[in-house]
Design a protein around this ligand. Structure first.
Ligand SMILES: C[S@@+](CC[C@H](N)C(=O)[O-])C[C@H]1O[C@@H](n2cnc3c(N)ncnc32)[C@H](O)[C@@H]1O
Length: 268
């Protein structure tokens, strides 16, 4: 991964001359990538499937528009059982990095359902959707009449997926891949997070940030979560107030073994 990063940054350094040297650079990049792959085969971080096709084409090829989720008002390109990659074993995935954006997570599904059913939380608001993934929640907020929505996800492939999904639903969307966790000077009055508590140390980082935001400024913070253990173990637990709970669809239960429902919470 580090080797690939170094190649990428040297490519950026030569951006001005890139037009002239494009073919040589591409050749160099391909060669270096294959050396990297041979040497570090056991590392899975390089998304070769994505780079080969370009992320937009990769998304189009490996997803399908579907409304088989809790918010059928929003059509989404997702990796469904009809998609070949859905059934691939880990070793057959040609090094595709974890495509979080290709799934509509239980926390995101219930958060979006809740907002669609309770538009007063959205209308006229300035909303930051952190960890937007496929972009469903942000797209719903635009459709509901938010004043301003930013779909934020650090994964650049997710950013492409969000734009494709916005287009599918007839809206345009503002996106950002900046890591905003920890930033306290945000102008957004509403911060929403769907299913962001899937890793222990990351959950601590995000919830510490949310509690700090809350102590500094009055913000409406809403999260969707199926009851992941990390969220329940941390100090934020006593600040969570449940707004609604929903039963998950059969497909969502199948993909998220052990979870039958998920809840929407606000933090106070
Ligand atoms: C489990 S997915 C949830 C996606 C979506 N909210 C949903 O519920 O369907 C988590 C997402 O958070 C993104 N992510 C991880 N770290 C992040 C960070 N520091 N800032 C913004 N997004 C992040 C990942 O790329 C991924 O798309």
């Amino acid at each position: 991964m580090r080797v690939f990063n170094i190649i990428q940054s040297s490519l950026r350094t030569y951006r001005v001359k890139r037009y002239v040297f494009q073919s040589q650079l591409e050749c160099y990049s391909r060669h270096a990538t294959s050396i990297w792959r041979n040497k570090w085969q056991h590392y899975r971080a390089l998304p070769t499937g994505v780079t080969k096709l370009g992320s937009e084409q990769f998304i189009i090829k490996n997803t399908m528009a579907t409304t088989d989720h809790l918010t059928p008002e929003i059509n989404l390109r997702l990796m469904t059982p009809q998609c070949k990659l859905y059934h691939c074993k880990f070793d057959d995935t040609s090094g595709v990095s974890d495509p979080y954006w290709a799934f509509y997570w239980p926390g995101g599904q219930v958060l979006t359902r809740f907002l669609l059913d309770n538009p007063s939380y959205v209308i006229g608001k300035n909303i930051l959707d952190v960890g937007s993934g496929c972009g469903a929640t942000a797209i719903a907020c635009i459709k509901l009449g938010a004043n301003n929505v930013l779909a934020n996800d650090i994964d650049p492939v997710a950013e492409k997926a969000i734009h494709l999904n916005a287009e599918l639903n007839g809206v345009s969307i503002e996106t950002s891949t900046e890591n905003m966790i920890g930033k306290v000077d945000t102008e957004f009055d509403t911060i929403i997070l769907g299913d962001m508590f899937y890793d222990e140390s990351f959950t601590k980082q995000v919830t510490d940030w949310l509690l700090k935001l809350l102590s500094l400024k009055r913000k409406m913070i809403m999260i969707g979560d199926p009851g992941r253990v990390f969220l329940n173990q941390l100090p934020i637990r006593k600040h969570l107030h449940q707004l609604e709970k929903y039963r998950l669809t059969e497909q969502c239960k199948f993909e998220n073994h052990g979870f039958n429902d998920a809840a929407v919470w606000t933090i106070k």
